[in-house]
Design a binder for this molecule. Structure first.
Ligand SMILES: [Fe+2]
Length: 210
């Protein structure tokens, strides 16, 4: 009900020259979603009108789901690199692949979000297919990850999940930080955050043994 959604995943997966594992950063597709707290579900019947308000709520949900699922798409392959036990690896690969299928679906859904301004709070969803947006960085029917740099800048571009560097921006601690900034955990207890942070640190500390 109070989300601050980072939509830089949209431009990250369209970049053919940059990768967060190389320190690159990406502009958000919907800058307004970073400038406040917005509902992604109607909080009461009052949220059902006017039309562009309830549509903005649906648009926010579309981009929020994409944000969560791209996080999962990076988290599992990142953790898999630290797994020693084959059953743990099986769990990570089996769930992680499904997160990526979720991501692709929500990426497609978010692309259907109509351009509008929410008259109740001024939140703008721009037309991502028109200047100054549009082109390969924003075009809404482009939902396959663009090939980009991977492992070394000297190698040819390849279509990959990004980031996946161990304990990098796709790691467990980074994911908890991003999802907390998103507002996903608003209202949780201090104990919740303590346990979550501890689990994430332990997960990022795991290294593959032989
Ligand atoms: Fe998922």
């Amino acid at each position: 009900m109070q989300l601050t959604v980072d939509t830089s995943w949209w431009t990250r997966y369209r970049s053919r020259t940059q990768n967060p594992d190389f320190g690159d950063t990406f502009p958000p597709a919907i800058p307004g979603l970073l400038k406040g707290q917005f509902p992604a579900i109607p909080r009461s019947d009052a949220d059902l009108a006017p039309a562009n308000h309830i549509q903005a709520i649906a648009n926010t949900a579309g981009f929020h789901f994409g944000f969560i699922e791209q996080g999962g798409s990076s988290l599992y392959p990142t953790l898999a690199q630290g797994a020693t036990n084959l059953e743990v690896l099986r769990v990570l690969l089996s769930i992680g692949q499904v997160e990526t299928s979720h991501f692709q679906t929500w990426h497609d859904k978010a692309g259907n979000a109509p351009a509008l301004t929410d008259p109740t709070n001024g939140l703008v969803f721009p037309d991502l297919n028109a200047p100054p947006f549009g082109g390969e960085d924003f075009q809404t029917n482009l939902i396959m990850p663009e090939p980009t740099i991977f492992l070394s800048r000297s190698l040819p571009a390849v279509s990959i999940i990004r980031p996946t560097q161990i304990a990098g921006s796709g790691g467990a601690v980074a994911t908890v930080k991003a999802w907390t900034a998103d507002g996903l955990f608003i209202g949780q207890s201090p104990e919740f955050f303590t346990v979550l942070q501890q689990l994430a640190e332990q997960a990022d500390a795991a290294r593959r043994g032989f």
